[in-house]
Design a protein around this ligand. Structure first.
Ligand code: ADP
Ligand code: ADP
Length: 226
């Protein structure tokens, strides 16, 4: 089973804008996959549809074999998403943000406390566990989003521009953490508009431009072409 399969995916927004013009994509389990494209290419729309926050106009998406139209609950169990915008409750304390999310997946409170401790420690947020999340810096908020996305131990983690707004010094540690998650077996897909970021980490890449996939290859092949 593929970690992610997208077939003939289309999205036309209400204003008539065709953001996705029928894209196909598949990602193997365990892959570290980059979706690269300029601003406005359709990256966030694609992620929005995968996480069922945006309605698609046509096409199919399945996550570890679960079609989001027919098996949404099962699909979501396997999926963790880190969107660009900070959409946690800013008035909740840091650990509570993660524990609350665990509750949506039916994870027992005690287990949620324990697992959130582990992720917050790995992400350097444990000292901040009792801080109201709105007090965190941008980089810390980004890491909190990642901890929250991992709490149900998804097999597929999707990050939309994970290093946006993160200080240069912290980017390295963030990349290290994400690649550690990947080496433990989690499939990782990230979007970026910088090839330099993707080329060091990612094994496969798709390039999206103006709603179409214009390249889908291994990173090695792509770099050889350039
Ligand atoms: P990316 O993430 O690659 O920057 P997006 O998926 O955000 O691209 O946007 C793709 C295109 O769809 C852009 O032209 C954008 O302006 C347009 N778009 C995004 N959201 C909406 C919306 N809610 N209504 C209309 N057009 C939208
Ligand atoms: P706010 O309204 O301040 O954004 P919420 O508590 O409504 O805070 O939501 C916080 C986060 O939890 C959001 O990112 C939202 O997507 C997520 N969330 C809310 N309800 C659910 C749910 N039923 N299942 C999964 N995630 C949820």
């Amino acid at each position: 089973t593929k970690a992610l399969t997208i077939r003939k995916l289309r999205k036309t927004y209400d204003n008539g804008h065709e953001a996705l013009k029928g894209i196909d994509l598949s990602v193997e389990p365990g892959d570290f996959f980059a979706l690269l494209g300029p601003n406005g290419a359709g990256k966030s729309t694609t992620i929005g549809i995968i996480s069922s926050l945006v309605n698609k106009s046509a096409g199919h998406v399945d996550i570890f074999g679960y079609d989001i139209d027919h098996d949404l609950v099962a699909a979501k169990c396997h999926l963790g998403v880190v969107p660009q915008e900070f959409n946690f409750n800013q008035f909740e304390k840091v650990q509570d943000v993660v524990v609350t999310q665990a509750g949506y997946y039916g994870i027992h409170h005690r287990e949620a406390r324990r697992n959130s401790e582990s992720y917050l420690k790995q992400l350097g947020l444990w000292d901040k566990r009792d801080t109201q999340s709105r007090m965190l810096s941008g980089g810390m908020k980004r890491r909190l989003m990642i901890a929250r996305a991992l709490i149900h131990q998804p097999r597929l983690l999707i990050l939309d521009e994970p290093t946006a707004g993160v200080d240069i010094e912290l980017r390295r540690t963030l990349w290290d953490f994400i690649s550690e998650i990947n080496s433990q077996g989690t499939t990782v897909i990230l979007t970026t508009h910088y090839l330099e970021e993707a080329e060091q980490m990612c094994s496969n890449i798709a390039i999206i431009d103006d709603g179409s996939i214009i390249e889908n290859t291994s990173m090695k092949q792509l770099l050889r072409k350039l």
